[in-house]
Design a protein around this ligand. Structure first.
Ligand SMILES: O=c1ccn([C@@H]2O[C@H](COP(=O)(O)O)[C@@H](O)[C@H]2O)c(=O)[nH]1
Length: 268
């Protein structure tokens, strides 16, 4: 099977460089005229994929909005992931997992192995229990030709306090970026990506020669703009995957309005 990076390159060449966030929060369900219930959740989330699955390269379902409904919500997430696969698009499960030892191995099994119904093409991870604690997920991603996105410089203002703080060799975020880069250099698949928000005037870290995919949330509702990304990311811009959630879901539920909004953000 081609690696995640190869699949990403191929699909974005065909469909444009956009990741649509599936964040079916209660406000979106109400705006779509749906009940705030598991049934409404399913109609909204699967409706996004039905409308955009043939034209958008990547979807990022936000696990929290499914988990909020317990096991029935998680079952909806599993069906959404299957829909994305059937539509020929890629999925990034935004679960922001991070733990130690056997617990991390269990998360890796859930999100990064072939037989798991919760596995997408990639998953988001939090490195703030230590970058190396994520090793079971890195190994599982490399072994299954999937990807991971490690939180680096997040889009929210509160992130700066910990991410820009001084670590042992530089800022905490720079240590994460450099560790991810080193791992990609030694692994064939370049499976390790970063999450770097598109909301900042300047990143405060150097991603210039990063050698993996960079998922960029914060576009649209959080104030970031696609047009600003080439300047913000400089030489790393070629690796950037802009992500838009509310900025696109806000156009729904009408299919042609969703398609037009996705096009405005970079879908073909
Ligand atoms: O730094 C980060 C990391 C993750 N997110 C997630 O992305 C979406 C953003 O949705 P919008 O509606 O486009 O604001 C959401 O799921 C966040 O949890 C992020 O925003 N910033």
């Amino acid at each position: 099977m081609p690696t995640y990076r190869q699949r990403l390159k191929e699909i974005t060449a065909q469909r444009g460089n956009l990741c649509v966030g599936i964040d079916p929060h209660p406000g979106v369900l109400q705006a779509w005229g749906l009940p705030v219930s598991v049934a409404g959740l399913e109609q909204c989330a699967r409706g996004v994929v039905a409308a955009l699955g043939g034209s958008v390269a990547v979807f990022k379902p936000q696990s929290a909005f499914f988990e909020a409904y317990g096991s029935a919500g998680v079952a909806v997430l599993e069906r959404v992931l299957a829909d994305i696969r059937t539509a020929g698009a890629l999925s990034i499960v935004d679960a922001k997992r991070g733990d130690i030892g056997s617990t991390m191995r269990a998360y890796a099994q859930a999100y990064l192995t072939d037989d798991s119904p919760l596995a997408g093409d990639a998953v988001t991870l939090s490195p703030y229990l230590g970058f190396a604690s994520l090793m079971p997920a890195f190994e599982a991603a490399i072994a299954s030709d999937r990807g991971v996105y490690v939180l680096a410089r997040t889009s929210n203002p509160e992130g700066a306090g910990v991410q820009l703080a001084l670590g042992q060799e530089g800022s905490v975020v720079q240590e994460i970026i450099d560790a991810a880069k080193a791992l990609n250099t030694s692994a064939r698949t370049r499976a390790i990506g970063l999450v770097v928000g598109g909301t900042h005037d300047s990143l405060g870290c150097d991603v210039g020669d990063f050698n993996g995919s960079i998922l960029v949330p914060g576009i649209g509702a959080q104030g970031g703009a696609v047009a600003d990304l080439p300047d913000l990311f400089g030489p790393a811009y070629a690796n950037v995957l802009p992500m838009v959630g509310r900025g696109i879901l806000g156009a729904g539920p009408d299919t042609s309005a969703l398609v037009a909004r996705a096009r405005a953000f970079g879908a073909q």
